[in-house]
Design a protein around this ligand. Structure first.
Ligand SMILES: [Zn+2]
Length: 313
């Protein structure tokens, strides 16, 4: 959920909602037909200060947008403008490792732009001595350059992750032929493909590309309550797909537990969407959730490590 990219309907809705947030008890959307409580025996975690607890945990963030050398940063009001400030904030919240994609590549209007952004994250990842892993972002509307760039990122820079691709920032539809070619290239190069979607887009991509290793950010989408369980159920039904915990719906108590019940503990990845959102809110929800220690550790780092092993093979 890149709150920066104003899909007109959603951002207006969203902003209004946030400002009214303090009246949330009065205006928060009430589920039309609240789910009957399922008699699940969830392990009750010991009372813990989540941020203290997270200090001792391995936390590997699958969803990071890092600022560019040209000063471009994704933040409603920029307070971590440089890469050092970006990394220091992750230190502060207890995030040890992460997959970084370049805001410069996300906003690029030409191939030179997305290539320059990918080179930036490659340099930073190398300098971080493994703390950060670089992700490749391309624009399928420039398909020849995009396919070549994916090949270079995989072969020359060891990148195994494409995205997060946010089609609405460009914009393009995931139904275009060029996107099909991009997915085929990701499958051929054994790279994980991370795409931002609304429910209908998620459904299309999952059904269209069963051989791809697909990562979908966010439990919910802009129709948060209406679609959140349908999105989780879609992931549950397709073993080649993963869901990251960032953004919409991560703070809704019970949603993470539902996701673990349906998907299982192995395909939920810790994701924050930082530098837009604070990783600490996701960490707090995972720490407080009714999960076993093993489930918590797999979500916070283990699952992403296992996925990276799979695509690096
Ligand atoms: Zn994002």
């Amino acid at each position: 959920m890149s709150l920066f990219h104003f899909r007109p309907r959603r951002s207006v809705q969203r902003r209004k909602f946030i400002f009214l947030g303090m009246f949330a008890p009065a205006v928060a959307p009430r589920p039309a037909n609240p789910r009957p409580p399922e008699p699940h025996a969830h392990p009750v975690p010991p009372p813990a200060n989540p941020l203290q607890a997270s200090r001792t945990r391995r936390i590997f963030d699958a969803h990071l947008h890092c600022p560019s050398d040209d000063g471009t940063v994704w933040q409603w009001h920029p307070v971590t403008r440089t890469f050092d400030e970006f990394a220091a904030y992750l230190d502060r919240t207890g995030v040890q490792r992460g997959i970084i994609n370049s805001v410069r590549s996300q906003l690029a209007k030409d191939a030179a732009g997305f290539i320059a952004g990918n080179r930036e994250v490659a340099r930073r990842a190398e300098k971080s001595k493994g703390r950060f892993l670089p992700a490749c972002v391309v624009n399928p509307l420039l398909i020849d350059e995009a396919l070549r760039e994916m090949e270079d990122c995989r072969r020359k820079y060891g990148m195994v992750w494409v995205g997060e691709l946010c089609n609405y920032t460009v914009p393009y539809q995931y139904t275009i032929k060029e996107f099909e070619l991009l997915v085929e290239q990701a499958v051929k190069l054994n790279m994980a493909l991370d795409v931002h979607t609304e429910l209908d887009e998620m459904q299309y991509v999952i059904e269209k590309f069963p051989r791809a290793t697909l990562v979908f950010p966010h439990f919910g989408d802009s129709n948060e309550y209406r679609n959140i369980f349908k999105r989780i159920d879609l992931i549950a039904a397709h073993p080649n797909t993963y869901l990251d915990t960032s953004g919409y719906g991560h703070d809704r108590v019970g949603v993470l537990e539902y996701a673990v019940d349906k998907i299982g503990p192995g395909r939920i990845l810790f994701g924050s969407d930082f530098s837009i959102n604070d990783p600490a809110t996701v960490i707090a929800r995972v720490e407080h959730a009714f999960l076993t220690e093993d489930q918590r550790e797999r979500i916070l780092a283990g699952n992403l490590e296992a996925l990276l092993k799979k695509v690096a093979a």
